[in-house]
Design a protein around this ligand. Structure first.
Ligand code: NAD
Ligand code: IPM
Ligand code: MN
Length: 348
C-alpha cells in the first residue's frame, strides 16, 4: 500500500509530548518513501474521562478497528489523584483495546546502544526481545472480593491461561527466535508455585519446540530471571512469558538498557484481524509532565515497530539508525523533548 491510515491516541501526561515527536519523525520517514500518511487523532484517557465520563465508547472502538494501526502515547492519572478511580482508564481503555483487538503478542525489544548509560557495571552486549502474552493471565479481571471492607474480607485475582492463548504466543516467540542469530527461547514462569498455568506453559514450549529444531530453549523461574537480567543479561535472546511477569521484566529490561525513556513496544495481532497498537513501555509520568523534558525516544522507536508491522521495513531501519546515532552522541546533557525529536528527525 502507498498510504497509511493511522489512528493516534496521545493520552495523558507526557503522552501527547512524546507522541508529537514520534509523529514528526514518522511523517518525515514515510514522506521519504512516497507514502501518504493519513492521521486521525482520538481524545481518550484520564483527562478525557474527567471531562466526559467516557473511557472507550463502542463507536470509538469500532472506528479504531477501521484503521491500519494505532500509535498510542500513555494514559493514567498520578497515583494518589483522588478525582478518578485508580486504574479505571488503564483497564477500561488500554487493556480493553489490547483485549478487544486481540493483541496477543506484546513485543518489547531491549538493546543497549553503544555508550548510553546502563546502570550495570559490566552490561556486555544486551540484545533480546520479550514476547509478553497480551490478552490473558492475571490481567483478565477475573477476581472478586467477598465481605469487602470487613476483617473477614477475601480477595481473589484469577489468572486465565488457555491452551489456544499460550500456544499462539509461544509459537510466535519460536518464529521470532528462528529468524534471529542466536535462535534461543527462554520461558520465564514460576511453575514451582503456579502449578497449573506453569505446566501448561512448559508443556506448550516443549511441544512447539518440536516444530523448530533449529531453536534451542531453556526455562527460568521469574525470580531467578531478574537476577540474570542484572548479572548476565547477554544470556537472553527471546524471552516468552505471561502478561504480568512480562510487564515487570520489561521495566527492568528498560532500566538496564539506558532507561524507560528508550523502551518501545508493540501490541500485535499477528493474525491481522484488527489493527495493532504501538506505544512506549512507560506511562504518563505525571512527575515530569508538562515540563518538556520527557524522552520521546521510546515513542519514536515504537513508530519504527509500527512501520515494520505494516511492511515498511526500510523506513523502520532508517528511524532506528537515526535513533542509534542520536543516542550514541548523548553525554548526559539535558535536552528538551522537542530537541531530541528534532535531532532524530534531522538524522533520518
Ligand atoms: P511511568 O512509566 O509513568 O513513570 C515511572 C518513572 O519513569 C517516572 O519517574 C517518570 O518520570 C519516568 N519516565 C517515564 N517515561 C519517561 C520518559 N519518556 N522520559 C523520561 N522519564 C520517564 O510509571 P508510573 O509512575 O508507575 O505510572 C504513571 C501513570 O501511568 C499511572 O497512572 C499508570 O497507571 C500509567 N501507566 C500507563 C501506561 C500506558 O499507558 N501504557 C504504562 C505504565 C503506566
Ligand atoms: C504497560 C503498563 C500497563 C500494563 C498498565 C498501565 C495497564 O504498565 O504497558 O506496561 O500493565 O500492561
Ligand atoms: Mn508496565
Amino acid at each position: 500500500a502507498s498510504s497509511i491510515d493511522l489512528a493516534v491516541i496521545p493520552g495523558d501526561g507526557i503522552g501527547p509530548e512524546v507522541i508529537a515527536e514520534a509523529v514528526k519523525v514518522l511523517e518525515k520517514a514515510v514522506a521519504a518513501e512516497g507514502v501518504e500518511l493519513k492521521q486521525t487523532h482520538y481524545k481518550l484517557g484520564a483527562e478525557h474521562w474527567l471531562a466526559t465520563g467516557e473511557t472507550l465508547p463502542d463507536e470509538v472502538l469500532a472506528d479504531l478497528r477501521t484503521r491500519d494501526a494505532i500509535l498510542f502515547g500513555a494514559v493514567g492519572a498520578a497515583p494518589g489523584d483522588t478525582r478518578i478511580p485508580s486504574g479505571i482508564i488503564e483497564r477500561e481503555m488500554l487493556l480493553k483495546l489490547r483485549f478487544s483487538l486481540d493483541h496477543y503478542v506484546n513485543l518489547r525489544p531491549s538493546r543497549l546502544y553503544g555508550t548510553v548509560g546502563s546502570p550495570l557495571a559490566n552490561p556486555g552486549t544486551i540484545d533480546f526481545i520479550v514476547v509478553r502474552e497480551g490478552t490473558e493471565g492475571p490481567y483478565v479481571g477475573n477476581g472478586g472480593s467477598l465481605r469487602a471492607g470487613t476483617p473477614h474480607e477475601v480477595a481473589t485475582e484469577v489468572s486465565l491461561n488457555t491452551a489456544h492463548g499460550v500456544e499462539r504466543v509461544v509459537r510466535d516467540a519460536f518464529r521470532r527466535a528462528s529468524a534471529r542469530e542466536r535462535k534461543h527461547v527462554t520461558l520465564v514462569h514460576k511453575h514451582n508455585v503456579l502449578v497449573f498455568a506453569g505446566h501448561l506453559w512448559k508443556r506448550t514450549v516443549e511441544a512447539v519446540a518440536q516444530e523448530f529444531p533449529e531453536v534451542t530453549h531453556d526455562y527460568l523461574h521469574v525470580d531467578a530471571a531478574t537476577i540474570f537480567m542484572v548479572t548476565d543479561p547477554s544470556r537472553f535472546d527471546v524471552i516468552v512469558t505471561d502478561n504480568l511477569f512480562g510487564d515487570i521484566l520489561t521495566d527492568l529490561a528498560a532500566a538496564i538498557t539506558g532507561g524507560i525513556g528508550l523502551a518501545a513496544s508493540g501490541n500485535i495481532n499477528m493474525d491481522r484481524t484488527a489493527p495493532s497498537m504501538f506505544e512506549p513501555v512507560h506511562g504518563s509520568a505525571p512527575d515530569i509532565a508538562g515540563q518538556g523534558k520527557a524522552d520521546p525516544t521510546a515513542a519514536i522507536l515504537s513508530a519504527a515497530l509500527l512501520l515494520d508491522h505494516l511492511g515498511y521495513a526500510e523506513a523502520a531501519r532508517k528511524i532506528e539508525a537515526a535513533v542509534v546515532a542520536d543516542v550514541e552522541k548523548r553525554d548526559g546533557t539535558a535536552r528538551s523533548t522537542t530537541a531530541v525529536g528534532d535531532a532524530i528527525a534531522a538524522g533520518l
